[in-house]
Design a protein around this ligand. Structure first.
Ligand code: KE4
Length: 412
């Protein structure tokens, strides 16, 4: 079999970048094989450098909710390019996008733009610690909030309630203030608050988990977290980097009607250009420099190109009926997949919230690996890991969904 161009490019990339990639999950480590090198994307489709066409369910890990290269977003960014890329000074665009976000998220009175979800989560935790004067934080096993040292932490073994680093290079000292609970285990969170009275600055949670596959919150879980935080003087941080503008225009906090103290945003907010943000009530946000003593900064934060992409993306998402259409097309896929699993009496499980979904193979990652490659060979591009979430976009139409279900029927 002659070497594909992706294989050739991967060989070259391996000499230049660790694992040949700029983010580990792209290396296909969990599924094996050579990562596809993408030449272009348009709507619901991707083309690799060998000219193969795929229906895309990764969507750049969430941002491509409109589909790739939406003409209105492309045109807006092209025009913005001609006015300069970045000034390191305030622009009207930042205020315009901030105002749109504030209208969509009533819990956000003020926000700060950053360049990634990692920066958003890292900064929100620092703000919570600065505002409360407390050091400890609670996160959940299986939830991912970017790669800040104190968030790369897993549950300590046995009785040890403090976290231990989940990555080398993170000093145990940095991890010891991070307490780790199990997702949907409200009692466990209550115990941590009791055992660490007046020491916990915040609870940070993915309100719909997307980094252990798609796992919805059990009824009462998010409300229970809010009540525990209020009772113990801690802040509730919703990491809506993935769920914001995804599970509803106003994110999981709109879907479940829970107001967090701080919200982290990213992905869709930049429409595919690098944007993150964190926000909340102004009495909290005004404690950030330059007004307050909590420091956070960024050269390219709020840059005009990314702001323009975000503004145009939200212009599209705030149009009437958009989420009805998105959820309708997504449920055609997820219900169709459920029917296939039932008809074939397959013990797999599918979890979905709106247009984010995961098929959990009974055999776990091994079973998923086979499913992933069989789908890829037939032109369906899924996230290369059992513990990631798939995304449907507004560019996925009946034709793409019908073809996808036809492929799933043939490979499951
Ligand atoms: P970034 O720093 O990658 O922009 O965002 C970090 C982050 C924060 N919070 C949540 C809930 C997230 O899902 C993420 C990033 N998500 C992963 C996908 N599971 C990004 C893909 C990657 O790491 O390459």
């Amino acid at each position: 079999m002659p070497q594909s161009f992706s294989e050739k490019l991967f060989e070259e990339a391996l000499k230049l970048m660790p694992g040949g990639v700029n983010s580990p999950v792209r290396a296909f480590g969990a599924v094996g094989g050579t990562p596809l090198f993408i030449a272009k994307a348009q709507g619901a489709k991707l083309w690799d450098v060998d000219g193969n066409e795929y229906i895309d369910y990764v969507g750049s890990w969430g941002p491509a909710i409109l589909g790739h290269a939406h003409p209105k977003v492309v045109a807006a960014v092209q025009q913005a390019c001609e006015r300069g890329f970045s000034f390191g000074a305030p622009t009207e665009l930042e205020s315009r996008l901030a105002s749109m976000v504030r209208q969509i998220f009533p819990s956000i009175e003020k926000l700060r733009f950053v360049n990634s979800g990692t920066e958003a989560a890292m900064s929100a935790v620092r703000l919570a610690r600065g505002v409360t004067g407390r050091d400890k934080i609670i996160k959940f096993e299986g939830c991912y909030h970017g790669h800040a040292d104190y968030l790369l932490v897993k549950a300590g073994s046995g009785a040890a309630t403090f976290g231990i680093p989940s990555s080398t290079g993170v000093p145990a000292d940095f991890a010891k203030h991070t307490l780790v609970a199990s997702y949907n285990d409200l009692k466990g969170v209550g115990r941590l608050f009791e055992e660490n009275k007046n020491q916990i600055a915040c609870v940070i949670v993915e309100p719909v988990a997307g980094n252990m596959g798609c796992v919805p919150p059990q009824p009462g879980f998010l409300k229970g977290l809010k009540d525990l935080c209020t009772a113990h003087g801690a802040l509730l941080i919703f990491d809506e980097v993935m769920t914001g503008f995804r599970v509803a225009l106003g994110g999981a906090q709109a879907l479940y009607n829970i107001k967090p103290d701080l919200t982290c945003l990213g992905k869709i907010l930049g429409g595919g250009l690098p944007v993150g943000a964190y926000g909340g009530l102004k009495n909290l946000m005004d404690q950030l420099a330059p007004l307050g003593k909590v420091y956070q900064a960024g050269t390219l934060s709020g840059n005009p190109l990314a702001m323009t992409a975000g503004i145009e993306t939200l212009n599209q998402l705030t149009q009437k009926g958009v989420y009805d259409r998105l959820n309708e097309i997504a449920s055609k896929l997820t219900n169709g997949l459920k029917n296939i699993l039932e008809k074939k009496k397959l013990p797999h499980q599918i979890q979905a919230v709106g247009s984010m979904w995961t098929l959990f193979c009974k055999e776990g990652p091994v079973g998923f690996k086979k499913f992933f490659h069989n789908a890829l060979e037939k032109g369906i591009y899924l996230p290369p890991s059992q513990f990631e979430t798939c995304f449907v976009s507004l560019a996925h139409k009946n034709e793409e969904i019908d073809h996808t279900l036809h492929v799933f029927e043939s490979i499951l």
